[in-house]
Design a protein around this ligand. Structure first.
Ligand SMILES: [Fe+2]
Length: 269
């Protein structure tokens, strides 16, 4: 399931921890798309970390030095801002794949540090933001660099994925490596999640790299082709998938009562 081979074929990613960011700035790159640089950052369980096992992606345009963060985490704002400043980047947008229940977005604090930064989330999320994404929107975040907004409701009704044909697809909690986000709270709907994955993600080229919002087993990326054929939940029929999701018997998310109200403001306060 790990994706070393995929990364070697299409470029490499780099997992930067708080420790490596603070002490060895910066760890170099990793771009699978001409003119772009990308870091894959991780919120682990260390001191001063949030323990959410969340991937945050810093992507920058090599020419304009504009940068975006996908799914920033509150506890990692210092890590992210240090890296951005060290690289001489201008943070323009914090993109959130959805209103997270397991951690608070770093969008608000990052907006306070970087005055030009705007928070973004889907209109369907119902959350406040500076910019609202619509299904099928093409979001040009730097000259010549566009993310396609794929509406993928199911984990929440406002989930979106971000697709760059050369870089890959940032799947949030819609599609994880060998899994998917739970569908038993917020506006979760297993039937809808299955359709979103099959109609929006599994139609992408098989070699498209999948960058999820979380991983709990040490994986960093996968591909659409691998997930289509081996994902233990989503390689099944829809009825089998719904049964699996109905019987996960997961515990109540520890931070949901704090995270969801905070994320509904999405950094706009
Ligand atoms: Fe989530």
């Amino acid at each position: 399931m790990a994706s070393t081979t995929d990364q070697q074929e299409k470029g490499t990613t780099n997992k930067v921890t708080l420790e490596s960011t603070a002490k060895q700035l910066p760890t170099p790159i990793l771009s699978s798309s001409p003119g772009l640089t990308m870091y894959q950052l991780f919120d682990g369980k260390g001191e001063n970390e949030g323990g959410s096992s969340t991937f945050t992606y810093l992507i920058s345009c090599d020419t304009s030095k504009r940068a975006i963060l996908i799914d920033p985490v509150l506890e990692q704002v210092e890590r992210d801002s240090t890296l951005i400043n060290t690289l001489g980047l201008s943070l323009k947008y914090c993109l959130n794949t959805h209103c997270h229940a397991d951690h608070v977005t770093g969008s608000g604090q990052l907006k306070q540090i970087f005055s030009e930064c705007q928070s973004c989330i889907s209109q369907a999320s119902g959350a406040k933001a500076d910019i609202y994404f619509e299904p099928n929107q093409k979001f040009e975040w730097a000259p010549g660099h566009v993310l396609n907004i794929l509406a993928t409701p199911g984990h929440t009704s406002g989930c979106v994925c971000f697709y760059d044909s050369q870089l890959g697809v940032f799947t949030g909690d819609t599609l994880m490596i060998g899994g998917c986000g739970r569908t038993d709270f917020q506006e979760g709907d297993a039937d809808q999640l299955y359709d979103s994955v099959y109609e929006r993600l599994f139609v992408l080229p098989d070699d498209t790299i999948v960058y999820p919002a979380h991983d709990y087993k040490g994986n960093t990326s996968s591909t659409i082709g691998v997930e289509k054929t081996t994902n233990p939940r989503l390689s099944k029929t829809k009825s089998d998938f719904v049964k699996i999701m109905e019987n996960l018997n997961l515990s109540y998310p520890g931070k949901i009562d704090i995270a969801v109200p905070a994320n509904m403001k999405c950094g706009v306060f």
